[in-house]
Write a protein that binds this ligand. Sequence first.
Ligand code: JHZ
Ligand code: ZN
Length: 419
Amino acid sequence: MSGPHLLTLNEGGVDYKVVTECRVCKGTNLKTYLDLGNAPLPNNLLGASTEIHRVYPLRVLFCQDCCLSQLSVVVNPKLMFDQYAYHSSVSQTFKDHCATMAQDLMDIWKKKESPTKRVMPMVMDIASNDGCLLREFRKEGFTVNGVEPAKNHMLPFEDLIPVIHEYWSESLANAYTINADFITATNVFAHVDDLDDFLRGVKKALRPDGVFVVEVPYLQDLMLGNQYDTIYHEHLSYFLLTPLKHLFDLHSLPIFRVERQKIHGGSLRIYAAKAGVHEVEPSVEQLLNHERLMGYTKFNHYQVFKKNVEQERRDLQKMLMGLVGKKVMGYGASAKGASLLNYCGITPFQIQSIVDDTPDKQGKFVPGCGIPIVDFSHFEKERPDYIVLLAWNFADELIKKTKHLGAKYIIPIPWVRVI
Ligand code: JHZ
Ligand code: ZN
């Protein structure tokens, strides 16, 4: 079993840097509102429960100038994303979400009137992972291209989807003539340290009348839903629309539409284009006002979060302690699951194993807590009394797949409960 002696905190700063100025506005008015201690990198799964691995400080700062919430450190992205255990296609719910997104963008394309409109719109997906969204775009009739740094996410040749295996940057945009009608970036914007470089690249790769679409977990949903597990080192920023508008305005890429999406516990989808191309729709002003009225632009608003998170940790610990002796398994070795288990100090003593349908994760161990990750057949073999839904954002899908086992479910977020 893993233990604290196996974790090392890298004090030398070699593989992470400390944040001293805000990523968006460059201000230095940064104030801490949440400290989750030291945590391992959640997707860097271990080959053995006793494998030595690093932990890094996990602290969230609020920029009092532009309202961006951000981690106090930036871990070298190569350590997290050169090999990436997360495969987005494993979830049918996410696939359905991608299919709807592809239809939404095709609707925009169909309505577009332009003398230079080409036959098939071209979309480039940044951080295309295992091609989940790209395949849906292709089904809708787009010409597709992907950019994905993870070397383990090479798409099969038969898919005929070209992917550049690099990190997105301005220099990458300069190296290729991309000229996209749409650029999408889902669940990657929060991973990016140099957002200015990223947006300069987007601007270069976008056609003059192209649309840039970003999806990020929404900080308002994170706080209202006590989703402290979504805080981990891959997520450098926790976005509101307020700082996003500030950032996109700085780059003359005005956000012209914003939508709240249900996916991943609540996300924000923003649409941006070059200045003067689209009229700004009322949804933008409405959400900005809402954020201000609800208090998200003031530091005080964030202080209650810490108390709620600590309470949730106590409640989960208490519930799992009460079940010692029962068979308890997890479902979904998600990054957020690793974050939750580590923050709450859960070990194989309380949760014996976690089932995950991602072949890349099976046979590995969750860093920090050392819980083994196994394939679905273990549910049938073990017949657990309780299943902890560590991917609570896909609760319906996970319950549907395991209903026949007759186990009870523990849902840890937004508050610990058994159903
Ligand atoms: P899931 C990832 O976080 C990482 P994670 C990333 N940083 C990010 O921003 C968010 O996504 C959005 C498994 N599963 O999607 C698959 C099954 O086994 O909530 C995954 O390992 N069977 C990019 O990792 C995990 O659960 C199933 O039927 O927190 C879900 O992880 C289903 C539905 C899921 O994201
Ligand atoms: Zn700022």
